[in-house]
Design a binder for this molecule. Structure first.
Ligand code: BGC
Length: 499
């Protein structure tokens, strides 16, 4: 063997050793990255765990808080607001009524023609627009002017057959999906904003007067005859089509529930006893809190950074506005501490609320073998390309943890209401049926979430009882419900029968 050749062999061997060491170090680095990522996931999963025993504690805490909120104003974090709806639709409502729905993300105007005496809904039409984000944090006048302008446009385009007879005003049910201290069926002041709205000057104001002034500015001649929360509207709309509906739950941008309470079980109600003996209560359960909620450091940090720190904690772990954001926060930590997306932390991942729940839902529901949807979403939203299948699987696992916790806690909330109504155990006479009217984009579109919610309630109630609880999707029940309540409280009493 020649010297030069020996040298080359030695150099070659050294290179091989060096490369092997590099590869090994790289592998070790990679595997320790994954170990770190798995550790973050595991810790998160443990903190989010909602075993049945815990959910039962949540349900019991919900029942206790419901009692406290009904006992006195300010008695609980649960406001248990009196809706002034003591008569749910009967089917006799007749005439043309309007509904205006200011919820979380969208805003809707609707016209409903009611047939009276079980004639049902003869005709309905709606227009929908998303609320420009700048109006959510602007001035009261700008927000109400925008709503009134949309309403004016809607009316302006309607066929003549819908025009009211001379001397008669159009009547409107206003669904205002925020906590309102009602002073009557058609008046009430805003307690506070939720869901990313923040217009200080509106708090404490009567929202019906605000709307009426804006309608006058737009030259609209219309009377607001009912002011309702979306849960109350959904309950009313649900009852119209099914007499067994006695609870309504919204799972959308925000979350909340309403139910039918015995008037005598509302100590803080000092008004006359309603003929029906009942009153619909808007729970505002989004503000529920309990030491049994499985909160993590990500939830606390999101709350601190929010427009309403310390408020709406239940909403912040269960509802559509926040699920994607929780996921983003966990992914960011994994990117920073475990480098799951490479050596650099993807800049987009640092933008709050960039990952929305509909996108999270699309990733969670990805059934393709290579998790193509997950890859596309990560690329399109977060500008992270070339993700490995392993990384994509990790993302799906996280989606599952976040959605499961939210859905199971929402189910526990419903159990709390069923308990408060005394309907959680079978009666000798046979269990009464409870129909829960459900609505909201999260419930409607995030199937894994809604499936999990429904299965959890069965799990908690036991198979025997669970058959007497039925979930019913009340698609846009709140708009129809508001129109029905506007009809029930029509100013033209003599016309209520439709004659
Ligand atoms: C509001 C409720 C509303 C719920 C669902 C919450 O943020 O406080 O009034 O019913 O969202 O829209």
């Amino acid at each position: 063997m020649k010297k030069a050749t020996v040298g080359a062999v030695v150099v070659g061997a050294a290179t091989v050793v060096a490369v092997a060491a590099l590869v090994a170090r790289h592998r070790m680095k990679k595997s320790s990255k994954w170990t770190r990522a798995r550790a973050i996931l595991k810790e998160f999963e443990e903190k989010c765990a909602t075993p049945d025993a815990k959910l039962k504690q949540v349900a019991d805490a919900m029942t206790v808080e419901m009692h406290a909120g009904l006992a006195s104003e300010g008695g609980s974090k649960l406001k248990m607001l009196i809706s002034y709806v003591d008569n749910l639709p009967t089917g006799d409502e007749a005439g043309v009524f309007y509904a205006l729905d200011l919820g979380g993300t969208n805003f809707r105007v609707m016209r409903v023609q009611l047939g009276g005496q079980d004639g049902g809904i003869i005709h309905q039409e709606f227009a929908e627009a998303s609320i420009p984000p700048n109006l959510m944090v602007g001035t009261s006048e700008a927000l109400f002017d925008y709503i009134a302008a949309e309403l004016a446009r809607f009316i302006g385009e309607e066929e003549e057959k819908f025009h009211p007879p001379p001397g008669r005003q159009r009547e409107l049910g206003f669904t205002f999906s925020f906590p309102i201290m009602q002073t009557s069926i058609n008046s009430g002041t805003l307690i506070r904003w939720t869901k990313g709205f923040s217009i200080d000057e509106t708090v404490g104001k009567d929202v019906v007067s605000e709307l009426t002034k804006a309608m006058q500015r737009q030259g609209i001649d219309m009377r607001v005859t009912a002011l309702v929360n979306d849960t109350v509207g959904t309950l009313a709309g649900g009852r119209y089509s099914d007499k067994d509906v006695s609870i309504a739950v919204i799972l959308g941008t925000g979350t909340n529930a309403a139910y039918v309470e015995r008037a005598q079980a509302i100590p803080k109600w000092h008004g006359p006893l309603p003929k029906s003996g009942e009153m619909v209560i808007n729970m505002e359960w989004g503000n529920f809190r309990s030491s049994h909620l499985s909160l993590t450091e990500y939830d606390h940090a999101m709350d601190t950074d929010s427009l309403n720190p310390g408020e709406q904690l239940f909403e912040k772990i269960c509802s559509g506005m926040y699920l994607g954001e929780i996921l983003r926060r966990v992914l960011l930590r994994m990117a920073e501490e475990a480098g799951i997306f490479g050596d650099e932390v993807p800049p987009k991942l640092k933008d709050s609320f960039v990952l929305r729940t509909p996108e999270m839902s699309a990733m969670h529901h990805d059934t393709s073998s290579d998790l193509r949807v997950v890859g596309d979403k990560l690329k399109d939203i977060l500008e992270i390309s070339n993700t490995s299948l392993k990384t994509r699987r990790l993302v799906v696992e996280l989606c599952n943890i976040v959605a499961t916790r939210g859905a199971r806690l929402a189910a526990a909330g419903i159990l709390g209401i069923v308990k408060k109504m005394g309907k959680d155990t079978p009666r000798e006479s046979g269990a009464e049926k409870i129909v829960v009217a459900m609505d909201g984009g999260l419930y409607e579109h995030y199937t894994e979430y809604s499936k999990c919610l429904e299965n959890t309630l069965v799990e908690l109630l036991g198979v025997e009882m669970s058959t007497s609880i039925v979930f019913k999707h009340a698609n846009d029940g709140s708009g129809i419900g508001a129109a029905l309540l506007a009809a029930a409280n029509s100013h033209y009493v003599e016309d209520k029968s439709g004659k």
